[in-house]
Design a protein around this ligand. Sequence first.
Ligand SMILES: [Zn+2]
Ligand SMILES: [Zn+2]
Length: 464
Amino acid sequence: MKPLPFPLALHIGTDIVHIPRIARLINRPGNYLTRFTRRILCAQEQHEFTTRFTLPPSYTSESLPSQPQRQTPTITPDMIRWLAGRFAAKEAARKATPTAGGAGSIGWKDVMVRAEQEDSERMSVKNGKSSRPEIVFLDVGGMEDRVDLTPAMPFSHHSHSGQFCPGHAQNSTEEMIQTAIAQKMHTFCLTEHMPRGKEDFYPEEIEAGNTESWHASNEAAYWTEAVRLRTKYASQIQIIIGFECDWIRPSSEDLISRSLSKFPFEFFVGSVHHTHTVPIDYDRPMYEQARQRAGGTDERLFEDYFDAQFDMLRKLRPLVVGHFDLIRLKSDDMERSFMSFPGVWTRILRNLDFIAEYGGLIELNSAAIRKGMSEPYPKAEICKEFVARGGRFCLSDDSHGIDQVGLNFHRVLDFLDKAGISSLHYLTLAEPSATATVDARFPRTQTASVSIDELKDMAFWKST
Ligand SMILES: [Zn+2]
Ligand SMILES: [Zn+2]
């Protein structure tokens, strides 16, 4: 090992943020204390820990997790404070390294916390005094101590597969589900696109010779396969079967009604991909064509997009609202604040009011990050307004292949704080209920919520 000191000493104020979180984690049944120390502390720190708190040397041995009931030590406030101090220092070091958060991110055991005079009280900043602990990087190239820090976010509400969305997505639906299981998701929603009329086929569909009857039989095959897979994997993951709608022209409403009457779908994602019947997220030439029809500027097109969305919201009241601000994807500046267009901002607020009122969930859609944007859909400025209205959010990867399942969820996790979001909601299936239903069209579909703190813990425990 080649220890490399961290370029600066750390002052750690851990009391407020970390102590409750660490206390909650290590007090869980199943000897989470051992799991935590083995996950977080390097060999020297584990030794220090067992010595300091007079635990048997075998405490951190490999055999323990298989016998979780044995000798669970009493967890003391001192112990929690000591561990929280180390956790905070390591987290700070990981965030401060250039690779932090990326695929080459350093592991918890790649850094060691060294405090000159070990005193748990002085690990935190109290009375303006601190022990100035130091971080030491240990042989950062070592692979065996590496921990996969990709968060295990527990759900996604929006996905496509190459099996039923050929030309646009990849992999079979079964492979998508297996990937979600491998990522320890507990709920994964299948939402293939609904059938469209032939006047609205995409270029690759025209090229492939698709027909409206192909669309219809594709939907039937999707339903059958989704039900089969749901049963097959029932013990491992909750699969919810829905579709993603289009809102293109008046006949869209009939097509959606037809899908809903043909199959007992459990929800649908309410999305707008067209303005003035032209796709706005397909490519730049089509975007420009839509913009021309709207009057030639992004501002005018954005206004029309949010008007089309309002129309969709009022007619459909979707349980999940898809990629709320998709319109920015092909625009001149996809990072631009919507507030700089007053007419657009007013429409956004109106739509948020409406969604909050009927109780729709707005998805935080990580695909925006995959497409080069700094924030998911919708932008933080929109999320804050929805939070202020008591609005509820769910989470989606909008995956179009196994490599996109759960992709960039860790970035969304970071984003939640910035957007002021303290809990996420998700869909769940229950016995049909006449009283507790959230949407009369979907008698089995319920919503549940999880706090962001709980989510962070889940992310943390992914690879245990
Ligand atoms: Zn979409
Ligand atoms: Zn989609």
